[in-house]
Unconditional design. Structure first.
Length: 65
């Protein structure tokens, strides 16, 4: 499996939440942000700086959409 850039992962997450039946892209973006925030909490708890930094970049990319 190829590692995704933060921008690619951001787009993938938003697309997944938009396709689930949500009517508007803004709702998909909000769901993706909630998902990433939860993953950030886990990465912080596990003290995994590499994953935490990557997820933080993903969150920044989602916020740009």
């Amino acid at each position: 499996m190829k590692a995704m850039t933060p921008k690619e992962k951001a787009q993938e997450l938003v697309d997944k939440f938009t396709v689930v039946g949500l009517q508007q892209r803004n709702e998909g973006i909000q769901c993706a942000l909630i998902c990433v925030d939860e993953m950030l909490k886990v990465a912080y708890f596990l003290a995994d700086d590499k994953i935490y930094d990557h997820l933080h970049e993903v969150k920044q990319e989602i916020e740009k959409l």
